[in-house]
Design a protein around this ligand. Structure first.
Ligand code: NAP
Length: 580
């Protein structure tokens, strides 16, 4: 860490925000409005985060735009009209630019700058921050708005360097776009990024070869103009609509049903799933209350989706390859597509099953599998992200006593409420690990976090308190509660990025909080109402308030009788309930 800088003797600013995606932008706006001296640092050359980086063809949001947009400003909300149910990336980026301009955010954002180190200075009660531009800054509060899916995995392939064609990553797409006309293109991966881009690339390229290791579940978006009735339902009271979205498990309206698939007649199941499939997107996830927990209920939905894949794909052998088999429905993030399955009916599209013919590496001409060599003019890597912790891990982040975050998280990311980390005073994470984040509509989660953090900073300021940090006890209790929330479900059964399973050597731990945004918001509210329960608050080295316990857990809801044995069994097997 540099010891000299022009700003070394200057007073630390109140808050430095890392990242100028939707989280960083709103945090900056909120804090400035409250009179704090805040600024942001952003690695990209513009605002927008995810929507700045992920410019691949076909990129669009998978939560309806009426809900995936800021609700903190009524005028902003009224002035902006989305063109489609699921806005495409260019429109989302335009929206981010519009927000930045409207609230004059850019004057306080340093672009093209990456934070490389941040060390807590106990004596100064401030963070010392360094960037890749050699700048040193000091701030009282460091707020990481670094995104959950912002750092691509370091995936590499033998011989990649010898390949003579073009290589593109979906998450680092050239700003000028790519013309695949007349080209032979290969794409590795079949996650959301690939599933959105494949149909668009297939229309342009001469030949597209899709290298699939694991098939995913994908539902049709049925994208198009926002139906007038939907728009009116929103427009008659956007506040109420927003509140209803926030008061859900996923932060978006999904018509959650309490019906059990295992207790419903087959023809009723079919009708309900058909209705939701026709509506599109994630609506099918809310069809039955037992699909996330009961393997039999899950199998029913799986069979329905497998049937839909068979209906859309003309060649039964290809349909079979595209049908997920290694993970229950909904345990990896499902995809929302526009014409994905039907793309495999095109004569210029080929599916290669890497389970049958494993990928050996690259040659000068293209890709080699155990079965044959494929020649390409361009290869697209849609190989995913070092999710949730990747961007935080890459900062040399050291808390009290010089403790490194990497060491603190050696067995998986431990946080209190996904907002703070024990031993790292005045460090906040927006939609960090341990919060509902990626299991929800990110914008609603971001707004809830930004508002909680802003309230916290106001409270500290009013009481002239200099630092706040999570107690180790509360952090441990939150981790246990998070484990209790996810264990009854089948979510931990998949090798998903939620579990850190896509990055070799990453500790396996279910990283987001699975208890639902509505429950989580209420817990956060209670924590504050109890005087920042679970936090240690100081003035210099004097402890002013110390509450080590975390008791704000929700009372367990009533568990449907047929799910009780499964849930109890899983909790017991995980050691979370005493075995009888
Ligand atoms: P992903 O879901 O992690 O998919 C990565 C794909 O690459 C997987 O199919 C993976 O196969 C494959 N892969 C990775 N390494 C490989 C290797 N060495 N050899 C062969 N295949 C390999 O990543 P993503 O598609 O970028 O999506 C990540 C998340 O971002 C999504 O789940 C979603 O939350 C978000 N996202 C959202 C949107 C949206 O809102 N519209 C769009 C895109 C992404 P395996 O499964 O076998 O590992």
């Amino acid at each position: 860490m540099a010891t000299s800088s022009p700003s070394k003797s200057a007073q630390p600013i109140d808050a430095l925000i890392v990242g100028a995606g939707f989280a960083g932008m709103y945090m900056l706006h909120k804090l400035r409005g409250l009179g704090f001296n805040a600024s942001a640092v952003e690695a990209g050359s513009g605002v927008g985060g995810t929507w700045y980086w992920n410019r691949y063809p076909g990129a669009r949001v998978d939560i309806q735009s009426l809900e995936y947009s800021f609700g903190f400003d009524e005028e902003l909300e009224k002035d902006w009209r989305w063109s489609e149910r699921y806005a495409p990336q260019p429109e989302l980026l335009q929206y981010a630019e519009h927000v930045a301009e409207r609230f004059d955010l850019k004057r306080d954002i340093r672009f093209n700058t990456r934070v490389t180190a941040a060390h807590w200075d106990e004596a100064a009660q401030a963070w010392k921050v360094e960037t890749d531009k050699g700048e040193a800054m000091r701030c009282r509060h460091l707020i990481l708005a670094t995104g959950c899916l912002s750092i691509p995995t370091d995936v590499t392939f033998p011989g990649l360097g010898t390949y003579k064609g073009d290589i593109y990553r979906t998450s680092r797409w050239p700003h000028e776009g790519v013309d695949f006309s007349g080209k032979r293109v290969g794409i590795i991966g079949t996650g959301s990024s690939a599933i959105q881009s494949i149909p668009v690339i297939a229309q342009q390229a001469e030949q597209l070869t899709v290298f699939q290791r694991t098939p995913n579940y994908s539902m049709p978006a049925h994208n198009g103009p926002i139906p007038e009735a939907d728009f009116q339902a929103w427009a008659k009271d956007p506040r109420a609509y927003r509140a209803a979205s926030r008061d859900t498990v996923g932060g978006f309206q999904n018509e959650p049903s309490e019906a059990m698939a295992t207790a419903t007649a087959p023809e009723e199941i079919r009708a309900e799933l058909e209705r939701r499939w026709a509506w599109g997107g994630f609506r099918i996830l809310g069809a039955f209350a037992d699909t996330a927990v009961d393997p039999e209920a899950n199998r029913i939905v799986h069979e329905f989706v497998a049937g839909k894949i068979r209906q859309q794909v003309a060649d039964p052998a290809v349909a079979e390859k595209l049908t997920p088999k290694d993970h229950p429905f909904g345990t990896k993030r499902p995809c929302v597509d526009t014409g994905y399955y039907a793309t495999f009916n095109r004569p210029n599209v080929e599916l290669v099953d890497l389970r049958a013919e494993p990928l050996s590496g690259f040659t000068a001409e293209g890709i080699r599998t155990s079965a044959k060599d494929y020649a390409f003019d361009a290869v697209v890597l849609a190989t995913g992200f070092d999710a949730m912790t990747g961007a935080i891990d890459r900062i040399d982040l050291r808390g009290a006593g010089g403790r490194r975050i990497k060491d603190h998280w050696a067995e998986g990311p431990r946080t209190y409420l996904g907002l703070m980390v024990a031993g790292f005073p005045n460090l906040f994470t927006i939609t960090g690990p341990g919060s509902p984040s990626v299991l929800t509509n990110m914008i609603n989660s971001i707004e809830q976090h930004v508002e909680w953090i802003a309230d916290c900073l106001v409270s500290l300021k009013q009481r002239q308190q200099t630092s706040i940090e999570a107690s180790p006890e509360a952090e441990a209790a939150w981790c246990r509660h998070s484990t209790e929330a996810v264990t009854p479900t089948m979510l931990p059964q998949a090798n998903s990025w939620y579990m850190g399973a896509n990055v070799p050597g990453k500790p396996r731990m279910f990283m987001p909080y699975a208890g639902g945004l509505n429950t989580y918001t209420e817990i956060c509210r209670q924590v504050v109402a109890k005087g920042y329960e679970g936090f240690i608050i100081r003035q210099g080295d004097r402890v002013l308030s110390e509450s080590r316990a975390f008791t704000s857990q929700p009372a367990p809801g009533e568990i449907p009788e047929n799910l009780l044995p499964i849930i109890m069994g899983r909790l017991m097997a995980a050691g979370l309930l005493p075995a009888e």
